[in-house]
Design a protein around this ligand. Sequence first.
Ligand code: ADP
Ligand code: MG
Length: 453
Amino acid sequence: MEIHEALQWTDELIFDRTGKHLDSLQRAILEGVWEHKEYKEIAEEYHCSNDHVRKSASELWKLLSDLLGEDVKKKNVRSLIENGVFSYYNDVVHIGNNINICSEPYNNSKKKKNRSPSTPKTQPEPRHDLSQAPDNLRFYNRTDELATLKQWILTEQSRIITLTGLSGIGKTALARQLVEEIKDNFDRILWRSHRKFPTLNALQSHIIEFIAPTSPIQNQSLITYLNSRNSFLDYLRNHRCLIILDDFQDTLTPGELVGNYCPGYQNYGRFLEEMGRFSHGSCLLLLSWEQPLEVATLEAEDCSCKTLQLAGLGKSASQLLTAKKLQDQPQWSRLIELYNGNPLWLNIIATAILELFDGSVETFLSYPPLYLGNIEPSLKQHYQRLGESEQVLIRWLAKQEQPVEISQKPPELLSDSDFFKAIQSLKKRNLLYKSAALTLDPVMQHYVRNLTV
Ligand SMILES: Nc1ncnc2c1ncn2[C@@H]1O[C@H](COP(=O)(O)OP(=O)(O)O)[C@@H](O)[C@H]1O
Ligand SMILES: [Mg+2]
């Protein structure tokens, strides 16, 4: 790999995440280190002090380490790029070299392609990469949700589906089951946990390379290669793709009202707009704690975009308690109701009941108030993502014994505008159920009440 390609790639990465280009000293440092020069030599050539170069280099390595999730140092920066440890370049090279990354064989004989209206120019070999998806182990119920999702994806050909809900409610498990049931309708299925992609560019390149691997790229420069490709949407038009992005909330910034992107991720908003507004036969399935603003707008504009707010498992969660071998079955519905049918919370509480009361649900329930135990860290994560006005609102709501009406807001709590924005935001985070009568998630209400005591 040539130094100018490494420079351009690094510059693009940094610009994508910080909005700033490499400055001339950073470029000189990268060039110098590429040629195995000492900082002293680089400083002489750049006509500045050794300390200045050292300081700037250490800041650059720190920035690259943050962006790439790798411990970048002077001695490994070149080999990291060359060996393709940077995930972006690594993915391109891997697939460019036609390494098969399919995680499961595809049965051609079962193929029924009824999704896309457009016939691909060539019949591509179907390829599914579910290597980042969890195994679908025990899975109860969700019949209605699966039917709704299939209707949206297969019949209505929605372009973006967002599955939202608090952590542990079962988004990943449901999506995994869904993929199992509809996989034969797609040429390409790619499941990615969002955390693996440092930039939108990297994600798109990865998806493109997965959809349509090109010939090996060793003989052409990376930049020429990247520039020669079709637009992202062309790929989604020519192949029926299902792309699942799990943990999409990681693109959204905490501490503010819902929907603002983290630094470096802002272009995901435009990506969603493109996916939703322009015609193609593919589908993006987002799994997220929170609904992105663009999705809400696209949905309001009826742009082939749908959101399913996932509720708890309801009565069928009793299958989960049976598997845990709990006692006192008549009390189970109360337990399920208390923990909102959230399968993760019920699993955690069932373990606590086994540990504390030998599985007796009745004894557990005789101890008020609601016990949170190991659920607390997950509730804390949700709480810490809230903006200031949302925290004010949720603390006030947590103190109420009954659901309150919007009109009952005390004047000094928040301005009307901030109050309304906070309500909308909490709803998009799945923490608030209604807006006429404001009802908090009961478990979250209990957690926040304890905070305020
Ligand atoms: N329908 C279901 N049947 C059985 N177990 C489930 C179901 N949905 C979720 N679970 C279990 O609950 C836990 C949390 O589910 P997960 O899908 O990871 O939640 P989320 O993605 O919303 O955070 C996992 O252990 C999962 O196996
Ligand atoms: Mg999940």
